[in-house]
Design a binder for this molecule. Structure first.
Ligand code: NAD
Length: 250
């Protein structure tokens, strides 16, 4: 019960890494609000999380919201604050890819990736930072990517958004450290989710050759790190980027 009585928001938690984070939080006793765009998936995750509750009083909330839209984020965040009373943990996990070589990348695809991956964390943090300051302590965890550290072929938009998240994380960590808010980033390597399913087998084989631990990651590998950063054991850690990547970047 690592997170007993904690109130958390996890964005993009209807599948993949976000879902594993939400499941881990619920298993460790947190009340949780899931933000995502697909209503059917939200209904499904609501039921799945209800089924693994460890305390009958644990609250599970799901909200349909496009995290790239400030007004929508403000509305649903205020609804969650009303229902929970406060929010202790914010995990900014929602993200997309729209890969293409820069020469072929449309302005629309560049903007959409920046809006969903990077502008979204401005939206959630801007809305929630004042309420979180009122807590005795709070945790913000941003899911970046190793691509934000080393770049990647065909991902100028994605790499820029994920590197931007790291700069944002470090700057906000400095701004709110005196208020006892820890802000950290996790940089996953190659994790088996729908996002990476579309990568051609030949490319996957090449990627595997560059992973010293010789396997792709599971969403649970990322959830384990996020669980640590969300709990009291990480109280002296802020402004850091943790690669969870089987040793790809070292
Ligand atoms: P996924 O595609 O399986 O899930 C993405 C989630 O984000 C979904 O729940 C989706 O509904 C949500 N989402 C997308 N656009 C949204 C929007 N506008 N508003 C609200 N929610 C939205 O992806 P995943 O692989 O689980 O990735 C989760 C995070 O981890 C992303 O930020 C991704 O960039 C990052 N990441 C993934 C990998 C990987 O190998 N899978 C590697 C590094 C970083």
């Amino acid at each position: 019960m690592h997170l007993k009585n904690k109130k958390a928001i996890v964005t993009g938690a209807t599948k993949g890494i976000g879902k594993a984070i939400a499941q881990a939080f619920v298993k460790h006793g947190a009340d949780i609000a899931v933000f995502a765009t697909n209503q059917d998936r939200l209904n499904r995750i609501q039921k799945e999380l209800e089924d693994i509750k460890v305390d009958p009083n644990q609250k599970i909330i799901t909200k349909k919201v496009d995290v790239s839209k400030y007004a929508e984020v403000e509305k649903v965040s205020n609804e969650v604050l009303n229902e929970f009373g406060h929010v202790d943990i914010l995990v900014n996990n929602a993200g997309i890819t729209k890969d293409a070589l820069l020469m072929k990348m449309s302005e629309e695809d560049f903007d959409r990736v920046i809006d969903i991956n990077l502008k979204s964390i401005y939206n959630t943090c801007k809305v929630l930072i004042r309420p979180m300051i009122k807590n005795s302590k709070s945790k913000i965890i941003n899911i970046s990517s190793i691509v934000g550290l080393i770049g990647n072929f065909g991902q100028t938009n994605y790499a820029a958004s994920k590197a931007g998240m790291i700069g944002f994380t470090k700057s906000l960590a400095k701004e709110v450290a005196s208020k006892n808010i820890n802000v950290n980033a996790v940089a996953p390597g190659f994790i088996e989710t729908e996002m990476t399913e579309k990568i051609p087998e030949k490319i996957k084989e090449q990627i595997l050759k560059n992973i010293p631990l010789k396997r792709f990651g599971k969403p649970q590998d990322i959830a384990n790190m996020v669980l640590f950063l969300a709990g009291d054991d990480s109280d002296f850690i802020t402004g850091q980027v943790f690669a969870v990547d089987g040793g790809m970047v070292m």
